[in-house]
Ligand binder design. Sequence first.
Ligand code: ATP
Length: 579
Amino acid sequence: MELFNKYIRKHYKSFIIPILSMIICIIGDTLSPYIQKLLLDNVFSKGNASLLGKLLLLLFIISAVKAIFAYYKEYLFDIISADITRSIRSDLFKKIQTFEFSYFDNMNTGELMSRISEDADIVWQTISFGLRLFIENLIYFLLSSIVMFYLSWKLALACIVALIPIAYLTIVLQKKLSPNYEALSDQTAEINSTAQQNIAGVRLVKAFAREKHEILKFLNTNKEYYSLNMKLARTNSNFLPLIDFLTNLSLAVMVIFGGYLAIVGDITLGTLLAFSSYILTLVGCMKMFGNLTTLLAQNKASAKKIFTILNRDSNIVSNNDCYKPKTVKGHIEFKNVSLKYNNEVVLNNINIDIPAGSTVAIMGTTGSGKTSLLNLIGRYYDVLDGEVLVDGVNIKKWDLNTLRSNMSVVFQDTFLFSDTIANNIRFSNEEISDEELVKVSKEACAYNFITSLNDGFDTLIGERGLGLSGGQKQRLAIARALARKSNILILDDATSALDMETEFTLLKNLKENKNSEATTFIVGHRISAVKDADIILFMENGHIVESGNHEQLLKKKGYYYNIYKDQFKDFDELESEVV
Ligand SMILES: Nc1ncnc2c1ncn2[C@@H]1O[C@H](COP(=O)(O)OP(=O)(O)OP(=O)(O)O)[C@@H](O)[C@H]1O
């Protein structure tokens, strides 16, 4: 129903011409048996030869008109359905873009791909094929019934009554098929996601020699899909022969009762002949309604899933009259901030004030909440308690697009698009000139390796930067972040795959070229990467347990000092040996 209200109804004007064409074709089809009746009763029985030419000409005209309008009917219906499906696909894609991070934490890619591809295709089939046939058969049914009642109400009534059990069975079949199609749609998504995950992780599978396990997993999913299809086939084969039998029975009723009416002189032979055509049309309609139930059941399942997405609103949205400053300075404050994912509290009572232009380094054990803390700045997740302020304004009051457009992030997991190196860097800022492209690549220590490739900046790389080393991918991701030239830069463990020397050069470049107002966050594990920061935060179990600059933290002789000692112990020992 939602499909109808949201997509089909607004196209109602486009349906006028194809439906009119359809009606013209159906009128032609419905008139043909009537003309045959006239031929039999008037020309052949009564020998009225003058009518023969006229009736044959009429039959010819009807066929020609039908052929012309059939073209419009088919073609225009196809255009409308393609249009509607395009709108559904675009709406789905646009809607998915609005969802918050946590939605994607709980949803797998294969499932979403199924919604955009298979489910949208089923809706397309329903409209282009199903809806057209439904309207067509409904009109056929109504017109044929009207003519039948006009010719002989007794025989028409008998035929309609004989068709009632078929209609009933069709409805029961649809009810039985619906849940099966829902399960089938779920299973299609499961197959997609199993295949998608395997292909995305194929290197891991091969490295661990887990091909057999993966094949087995896929075969099981496929077997389940097969079983569901078999179940559907069983349901169909339980009902369809019965529907066929009843259909033939209704024909027999018509022949017996019609023959009797002809014998007693209630109807002419021509009427009986016309009736046999009309009843075949009615039976054809009933069969078609039966077949359409399958498609309708399939469509119901797919449309339900599509509308679950389309009707969902993101939990993180900008308010009306939100804050949209022209420039962002980068003053960031966390006030009593706590964060919870599902049921787990991962940040507890965080308080920090970071003046614009500071460089903040975050250290801490794995899982201590470093990424989670940084995720709050762009409002990728909402706080449980407290508030995060950027330039003195709670980020919940900010226009999300303005806030995020003024930030650059390098995530822990590097993702590169299947595109050229230049386009990957320009992803964050399409406006940058070729000179700036070179400049940010140099800053990110990526220029030398890019220019050593045969196609340089035009080199095509795979979705995951195939053909590039981990460190090269990270450097491209950093160049992409720098290209945005924003006043908030977040590097979440972005140099972990670089050797110490490259990391040192890169961080030095960042410091030297840094726009003095840019606030920079660096999550790092090496003292050499963090020691020059204005503020160093040390995190443990969702708390900031130490903060200060390098000297202050060394004096505290706490967590930071211990790491410093561990990392520089070898150096000190070596120094003492040399001395
Ligand atoms: N999207 C998420 N959904 C649920 N729990 C999460 C999510 N992201 C992180 N966590 C959990 O939150 C805690 C903090 O994770 P976070 O990634 O912030 O730590 P981290 O200090 O950045 O770790 P690492 O140094 O290993 O990257 C962990 O216990 C982690 O399991």
